[in-house]
Ligand binder design. Structure first.
Ligand code: 13P
Length: 261
């Protein structure tokens, strides 16, 4: 049977602010973003901002009534209880989050998060109804030794288990090659297309509905210069943006370009 190409929806842009900013700079950034969004509004749900945890509520309040959605950069793998410093998925929902980023390479490396913990976090997130964006991607060493597919597949397989399938609408995957993060050296269009189509194949092998419902994003040195050709790729449903999302001019430009795709 001939396979119909998957229909692409409008692209989703996710701004990962990481551990940057303070009250003053965040207020300024929000002010600039809102001014640009009032007259150049993207569809609801097309832009998601992930501020540091402590600023979530302020940002959520400030952006309420706009089309911009809020998410968190991480969530704990436990539901509640004696976890000093922990923030649960339910708490994130409580303060207005709709999304949560999980398994970012910085979490994997700096906090030693393995696939098992990431899966527990994913379970908690989808249980409360948060949309989870799970990051996968290889180091430069792994790429140079031809291990891209193996790495992606090993990171993906543990998280797309039978337990998650019923909640597959809540899952997004972000391909972020570690060498492309903050390096000013995005993956090439060919590399992005290849990795994302392999991710789609892995999802399809597990479940056709999972493959159809999962949005796949690219992240790693996305700027206003490369966003158009990245989003134009059939395989790409959106972008995860770090550095450029902290500059209101760059981010607004990226949003404006995305609107034309
Ligand atoms: P940069 O866009 O700064 O490369 O960061 C990418 C990233 O890690 C987003 O999660």
């Amino acid at each position: 049977m001939l396979e119909m190409p998957k229909q692409k929806g409008p692209p989703i842009l996710v701004a990962n602010w990481k551990m940057n900013g303070n009250l003053q700079s965040i207020n300024r950034l929000l002010c600039d973003l809102k001014r640009d969004f009032l007259d150049k509004e993207l569809g609801s749900g097309q832009v998601v901002i992930l501020p540091p945890h402590v600023y979530l509520q302020i940002v959520a309040k400030d952006l309420s009534g706009t089309s911009i959605l809020i998410g968190a950069q991480d969530a704990d793998e436990r539901e509640t209880g004696p976890v000093t410093g922990g923030v649960s998925a339910k708490m994130l929902l409580d303060v207005g989050c709709e999304y949560v980023l999980l398994g970012h390479s910085e979490r994997r490396n700096l906090f030693n998060e393995g696939d098992g913990v990431i899966f527990q976090k994913l379970k908690q997130a989808v249980k409360v109804g948060l949309k989870a964006i799970v990051c996968v991607g290889e180091t430069l060493e792994q790429r140079n030794s031809g291990q891209v597919l193996e790495v992606i597949s090993n990171q993906l397989k543990p998280i797309i288990s039978q337990e998650i399938l019923p909640q597959s609408e809540e899952l997004l995957i972000a391909y972020e090659p570690i060498w492309a993060i903050g390096s000013n050296k995005s993956a090439t269009i060919h590399q992005i297309g290849y990795a994302l189509s392999e991710i789609r194949k892995i999802l399809r092998d597990v479940d056709i509905n999972l493959s159809d419902s999962t949005k796949i994003l690219y992240g790693g040195s996305v700027t206003e210069k490369n966003i158009a050709e990245i989003l134009a790729l059939d395989e790409v449903d959106g972008a995860l943006i770090g550095g450029a999302s902290l500059d209101p001019k760059s981010f607004s430009k990226i949003c404006r370009i995305a609107k034309t795709i």
